[in-house]
Design a protein around this ligand. Structure first.
Ligand SMILES: Nc1nc2c(c(=O)[nH]1)N[C@@H](CN(C=O)c1ccc(C(=O)N[C@@H](CCC(=O)O)C(=O)O)cc1)CN2
Length: 286
């Protein structure tokens, strides 16, 4: 039997429609959620992502400031830009597009963002709050994964979730959020010996490996839910995930496509975090 497709595009559209309604309600109180996106350098993929963020903001009635700087932009200059955004009352969310050029210390930059405007959920304060289950901006990709599971009525409680990847942006927080939903979580990574030994025991498999079509059916437990976070190019230059989609289709129960799976959810969750930040400001000033 063929797996059910987990449609991130449709789910993200649904979430964005709900966000647009809340943005309109805020507008009646004279507040427009504002997102500042900072881009350094010429990475073509990053350019596409920030343009999409701007377009989505505008489509939802939110303000979006795109601040673009050359590859040579200094770390000190960037920290100053962030400080100005921290102090701008019309900006509710600040996002510095990653990766940054090598001469800029990513951690220093993340640390400079006011945690109240950290809509990426990368600041140690956000990460700490997420870890202990307190209110926090959740990192957009893992949060998007959890929303997809919810949308498709997949309850992680009691399931064995295997996460391949241990990045701070995706792997680590994805495992943490699954744990909070009572899954039993195993992390695998580039030094894991006999990966298939673990993945074949996964009821929910999250892959953030970054290797095109790396996971075939021999890695998948029959009936597993497969969430593909990979964003790779195949031998023909076509966008594809970590999972060999066609090969796995008859083994998995549910699967996310690439494109159209987790990716669109990342942007929807960013919009939601920015809206939450603006709504939060409203509560605090009342
Ligand atoms: N500051 C951040 N930097 C980066 C993040 C992030 O969350 N915060 N994540 C990624 C890039 N990213 C958003 O920034 C992102 C990547 C991909 C997509 C997406 O919608 N992908 C589409 C396909 C797009 C295409 O055709 O190329 C899909 O999967 O359907 C959204 C956001 C790294 N940097």
């Amino acid at each position: 039997m063929s797996a059910t497709l987990i449609d991130g595009k449709a789910t993200s559209q649904k979430i964005k429609s709900q966000i647009a309604v809340r943005v309109e309600q805020l507008a009646q109180q004279g507040i427009v959620p504002g997102l500042a996106v900072v881009l350094i350098g010429d990475n073509p993929a990053s350019h596409t992502y920030v343009k999409n963020k701007k377009k989505t903001c505008e489509a939802l009635g939110m303000r979006s400031d795109l601040l673009e700087f050359p590859e040579s932009f200094g770390e000190g200059e960037l920290l100053e830009v962030i400080s100005n955004l921290n102090n701008d009352p019309e900006i509710h969310g600040i996002l510095v597009q990653l990766p940054l050029p090598g001469h800029i210390d990513e951690f220093k930059v993340i640390l400079a963002i006011d945690p109240d405007k950290d809509v990426d959920g990368f600041h140690p304060v956000s990460v700490g709050n997420m870890m202990i289950g307190r209110e926090a901006f959740l990192p957009c990709t893992p949060h998007g994964i959890m929303k997809l599971l919810e949308e498709y009525h997949i309850d992680p409680a009691g399931k064995h979730a295997v996460v391949i990847g241990r990045s701070n942006i995706v792997g680590k927080p994805a495992g943490q959020l699954l744990l909070q939903r009572d899954a039993t979580v195993t992390y695998c990574h580039s030094r894991t010996v006999d990966l298939a030994e673990y993945t074949r025991k996964a009821d929910i498999l999250i892959s953030a490996v970054g290797r095109a079509k790396f996971l075939g059916k021999e890695y998948i437990k029959p009936g597993a839910v497969v969430i593909d976070v990979g964003m790779n190019r195949d031998e023909n230059g076509k966008l594809c995930g970590d999972v060999d989609f066609e090969d796995v289709l008859d083994t998995a129960s549910h699967i996310t496509p690439v494109p159209g799976g987790v990716g669109p959810m990342t942007i929807a969750m960013l919009m939601e975090n920015t809206l939450l930040s603006a709504e939060r400001g409203l509560t605090e000033t009342k």
